[in-house]
Design a protein around this ligand. Structure first.
Ligand SMILES: C[S@@+](CC[C@H](N)C(=O)[O-])C[C@H]1O[C@@H](n2cnc3c(N)ncnc32)[C@H](O)[C@@H]1O
Length: 246
C-alpha cells in the first residue's frame, strides 16, 4: 500500500516522509506512522471535551460491528437494505480519492469500495482504526488519519468522494465539518452521509444520537446553499444523503 501524504494539520504545509515518520517542512512537527495509520494525535493534543467520546469509541471497537447492525435494525431499517443502498451510491460515484470521516472500523463501507481507489479513513479513535486497517483489501491504497474531524489535513479540491456514515451525529459541531467538506470535494464529486433522523424515541448515546429534521437544514446549509444536487434514500429512521457538487 502506498501512503497518501496529507498536509501538516498545524500549519498546512508540506509533510516529508522519513521512514516511519512525517516531518513538516515548515513548523518541523514530527508525526509517527503505525503501518498506514498516521498518529497525528500523538503530537496534537485532542481538546478535553472530545476525550470522553474518544474513550467511548476506543472501548467499543471490538464490539462495534455487531452494535451498528443492531442499531440500524432497531431504527426500522433492515441491515441489508441499508448496505445495498450504500453500495449502490458508492458505486455510482467518480471514486478515485475517497475520504471517510469517522470511518471507525471501516465496517461496512470498505467492503463496497471498488479496487484501485485511494481510501483515506479518518477517526479520532486509534482502536477503531486498527480494525479498519486489518480488514481493508490489499487492492486498495489506504491511509488512515488518527485525528479530530475538526482538523482535516487536506487541501481544497483534493477529494472525489467524501463519506461520513453514522458519524455526523457524533460530531460536536457537524456544520463546521460539512463546511470544510464543501471545499475539499472537487467539482462533480460526491458527499455520502448516512444519519439517524429523530423519531419519537430519542436516544442519547454517542453512537445513535439522532438529529432533528430542522437541525439537518442548518448542517447541510453549505452544500444546499452552493447548489449541490441533493437526493436521499430513507430506510426506517435512517437517511442516506447523496450530494453532488455541480
Ligand atoms: C458511530 S461510528 C461510525 C463508524 C462507521 N463510519 C460506520 O459506518 O459505522 C462514529 C465514528 O466517528 C468517530 N468520531 C466521532 N467524533 C469524532 C471526531 N470529532 N473526530 C474524529 N472521529 C470522530 C468515532 O470514533 C467513531 O469511530
Amino acid at each position: 500500500m502506498q501512503l497518501y501524504i496529507p498536509q501538516c494539520p498545524k500549519c498546512l504545509s508540506r509533510l516529508e516522509r522519513n521512514g516511519e515518520t512525517l516531518t513538516c517542512s515548515d513548523c518541523g512537527e514530527i508525526y509517527t506512522i503505525d503501518k498506514n495509520i498516521i498518529l497525528f494525535l500523538n503530537s496534537i493534543t485532542l481538546p478535553e471535551e472530545f476525550k470522553s467520546s474518544q474513550n467511548f469509541f476506543n472501548n467499543l471497537a471490538e464490539a462495534y460491528d455487531n452494535s451498528i447492525v443492531s442499531i440500524v435494525e432497531s431504527m426500522g431499517c433492515k441491515w441489508r437494505s441499508y448496505t445495498e443502498a450504500l453500495e449502490k451510491m458508492i458505486n455510482k460515484t467518480n471514486n478515485r480519492v475517497i475520504l471517510d470521516i469517522g470511518c471507525g472500523t471501516g465496517f461496512p463501507a470498505v467492503s463496497f469500495l471498488p479496487k484501485s481507489v485511494t481510501y483515506l479513513g479518518l477517526d479520532f479513535s486509534h482502536e477503531m482504526l486498527k480494525y479498519a486497517r486489518n480488514i481493508i483489501s490489499q487492492d486498495i491504497n489506504a491511509t488512515f488519519f488518527n485525528i479530530n474531524a475538526e482538523n482535516i489535513p487536506l487541501e481544497n479540491d483534493s477529494i472525489d468522494v467524501c463519506m461520513s456514515l453514522f458519524s455526523l451525529n457524533s460530531f460536536r459541531e457537524p456544520e463546521r465539518i460539512v463546511e470544510k467538506v464543501s471545499h475539499l470535494v472537487r467539482r462533480k464529486g460526491s458527499v455520502i452521509i448516512s444519519i439517524p433522523v429523530a423519531g419519537e424515541k430519542r436516544q442519547n448515546s454517542d453512537i445513535n444520537r439522532p438529529i432533528r429534521e430542522e437541525a439537518l437544514d442548518a448542517i447541510f446549509f453549505p452544500l444546499v446553499h452552493a447548489n449541490w444536487e441533493v437526493s436521499y434514500f430513507q430506510c426506517g429512521s435512517v437517511r442516506i444523503y447523496n450530494f453532488i457538487k455541480t
